[in-house]
Write a protein that binds this ligand. Structure first.
Ligand SMILES: [Zn+2]
Length: 124
């Protein structure tokens, strides 16, 4: 018969959002000029407090998920794979290459300028 044991126990602590002020809630961007930095600092503080004040803790670490977005249009950062770059239905034009962003023209222009690839839409 199937017998279940539990192992690999963890206690997961979720830090409070920067914009969660307790008495009101605003967006994290309104609460901080650099939410990524401030959130990392908040997590480091929590880590230090747990180490100092909580018994029977073996280790504390900050974990996170990286989210990649375009700085121009804020959409998820996606780029052409080598296979897609070779497929005319994915190409912007004949100069499309592996690694070219797909979200917006500004991102594509930036990518091409860095690599001396002719810009989109005429000119050469
Ligand atoms: Zn974009």
């Amino acid at each position: 018969m199937k017998h279940t044991t539990r192992e690999d126990y963890r206690v997961v602590i979720t830090p409070r959002r920067l914009g969660d002020l307790g008495w009101m809630s605003i967006s994290d961007r309104m609460a901080s000029s650099d939410p990524d930095r401030d959130m990392r600092e908040r997590c480091e503080e929590i880590t230090e407090q747990v180490k100092r004040h909580v018994d029977n803790v073996s280790s504390v670490e900050v974990q996170f998920t990286e989210v990649h977005t375009c700085s121009h249009c804020c959409l998820t950062w996606e780029v052409l794979t080598a296979v897609e770059a070779a497929n005319p239905s994915y190409q912007q034009d004949e100069h499309s290459a592996e690694g070219e962003p797909v979200c917006c023209e500004k991102a594509i222009a930036e990518f091409r300028a860095e690599r001396n690839i002719p810009a989109l839409g005429g000119g050469s």
